[in-house]
Structure formats: structure tokens, C-alpha cells
Design a protein. Structure first.
Length: 146
């Protein structure tokens, strides 16, 4: 290690873009940062867990909707420094589609969960608008309905 090398703590997360009937499932964040803002379901990858497993778990915990890991398709990794004001976060985003909306039930750190029309979205927390755009424009056509 040289004197100019620095290290930073990197946190690992997973997010889910779940789409049905031209709507996307979002959660309302229950605490900072972005408390009260709408976001994609997601969260930290636990020790011993893959990002894929974490994505399915976080979706179920925050919305009450269960999607098998086999239905989730990786969209991209998002790692731009500053994407989260708490520090360096790297997230792997996944997407899936449902043939129709399913009533969500907010849980865990979500104060609400609801389906939003893709053409009438609220301001989203973090870089979740970029993640949603990437899912819709680059992979959603290849994701089979459950």
C-alpha cells in the first residue's frame, strides 16, 4: 500500500423493479435519507446471501409480494459515487413482470407500498429513476411474465 491509497467502506444492496399493467411497484421510505420519498423495494444484502436472494427477500419484506428468484432478471449494477448520501453504496438491480397488479402490503422500513403508472411517477429517492429507466428501456421486453 502506498501513502496515496485510501480505502472506503462499500455497502452492498439489491433493488427490484416490479412491473405489471404498465405500473411499477414503489415503497414510501419510512426514514432518512429520503424519508417520505418513493423508492424501489430493496435493501442490504445480508451476510452469506447473494444479491438475487436479497432482492427477492427485500421485495417480500417491504411489499408483501413474493416473486421467485427464477423470475428476477439482472438489469445492471449501479455504483456511481454519491448515489447515496450515507456513503458508498453499490446496488444490483433486478426486474420482473407480473401479468396484473397484486395488492401490496407495506412492511419493514416501508410506510406505504403502491403501484404507480409508468407515465405518472413521483420524484424518486436516490438514483431509482435511473434504475427504473434502465429496466424499462433495456431489459423489460426480455422478462417473462410470472
Amino acid at each position: 500500500m502506498t501513502e496515496t491509497e485510501t480505502f472506503e467502506t462499500i455497502r452492498y444492496t439489491a433493488d427490484v423493479v416490479l412491473i405489471a399493467a404498465r405500473r411499477v411497484l414503489l415503497i414510501e421510505r419510512g426514514w432518512a435519507p429520503f424519508e417520505g420519498y418513493w423508492a424501489l423495494p430493496g435493501g442490504h444484502v445480508d451476510a452469506g446471501e447473494t444479491s438475487l436472494t436479497a432482492a427477492a427477500r427485500e421485495l417480500a419484506e417491504e411489499t408483501g409480494i413474493t416473486v421467485p428468484t427464477t423470475a428476477l432478471r439482472q438489469v445492471a449494477t449501479f455504483d456511481t459515487p454519491g448515489r447515496d448520501p450515507r456513503g458508498r453504496y453499490v446496488t444490483v438491480a433486478y426486474a420482473a413482470t407480473l401479468p396484473e397488479t397484486v395488492p401490496p402490503m407495506a412492511g419493514d422500513d416501508a410506510t406505504a407500498a403502491r403501484w404507480w403508472p409508468l407515465d405518472a411517477l413521483p420524484n424518486l429517492a436516490f438514483d431509482h429513476a435511473d434504475i427504473l429507466n434502465a429496466a424499462v428501456t433495456s431489459t423489460i421486453e426480455t422478462i417473462p411474465d410470472l
